[in-house]
Unconditional design. Structure first.
Length: 284
């Protein structure tokens, strides 16, 4: 780890790169974690990888040896320029650097029709939720994601009843998240204030249809209402948010086998699906 830390600091010194907390620039300096990310992504020579936040390019170069093609999205001007220099010097020819905000990235522009892709990302912590929402609900979602996240956020994503949140529900609706390992703050430079975790997510939906998109819309509208007041019972949140009499909501709960006094965090994804299906269409 010392040699990687020294190389990281020397590159930043040479190119006058000052890691910015506002951009979530904490460089990983443990090569073992890079290898763990690659192993977790389960890459083969047929795969296309979307890498988010390539930074100094250590992981990018390793990914290029495993995958057919890598599209690396980097927002920072200096890092994007340095990454191009580093890859050219190594003779890497299967990496495309996209100098752009990942939240504005359009998969259709960079991936061929029918081309599946996997995401490997060392995400800035402040965009985790919106990144997941954007890519999981995309018409062209990734097959899988391997993400470096704040440990607390990763644990929230993987939570089960009775500790569900709108975040965990929103992610688990689309597939299965799993924490691979925790990563201490000391494995980064500059050292962040919190530990991280390596998370893998497998997208389970086979096909997006007009009907599934309509159900998605209803599901997340109901979920937002359900989690709107955490201390209240779910039936009270739904009654107020949907402008239905409490007795109507109670009847729906009984119909789908839910406890009348349940709170939003008590329900599994499947129970939410049953609830959405039982609420009259004209309400949602």
């Amino acid at each position: 780890m010392d040699s990687l830390a020294a190389r990281t600091k020397e590159l930043c010194r040479l190119y006058e790169i000052k890691p910015a907390r506002s951009k979530g620039q904490n460089f990983l300096i443990n090569d073992g974690i890079y290898q763990a990310m690659i192993a977790a992504a389960d890459i083969n020579k047929k795969d296309t990888i979307l890498e988010v936040g390539p930074g100094l390019g250590f992981l990018t170069a390793a990914l290029s040896k495993k995958a057919k093609r890598v599209v690396a999205v980097e927002l920072d001007d200096k890092l994007a320029a340095l990454l191009q220099i580093a890859l050219d010097s190594q003779g890497v020819d299967n990496v495309e650097i996209v100098h752009q905000d990942i939240l504005r990235f359009n998969p259709d522009k960079y991936f061929d029709s029918g081309e599946n892709y996997r995401v490997v990302a060392n995400l800035p912590y402040n965009i985790t939720s919106i990144f997941l929402r954007t890519f999981l609900s995309s018409p062209r979602p990734p097959r899988s994601l391997v993400l470096m996240l704040q440990k607390e956020v990763a644990e929230r994503i993987c939570a089960q009843p009775p500790k569900m949140s709108l975040l965990s529900l929103s992610v688990q609706y689309y597939g299965h998240p799993q924490i691979i390992r925790t990563v201490p703050a000391s494995d980064f430079w500059p050292q962040p204030a919190v530990d991280s975790a390596l998370l893998r997510f497998d997208y389970l939906r086979n096909k997006t249809t007009k009907e599934s998109l309509e159900f998605d819309k209803k599901f997340f509208r109901l979920a937002r209402i359900g989690f709107s007041a955490k201390r209240k019972m779910l039936k009270n949140n739904l009654s107020g948010g949907l402008k239905l009499e409490p007795e109507v909501i109670t009847g729906v709960f009984i119909k789908v086998g839910l406890q009348v006094k349940a709170r939003a965090e008590d329900l599994s994804v499947e129970q939410w699906r049953l609830l959405v299906a039982a609420i009259p269409d004209f309400v949602l």
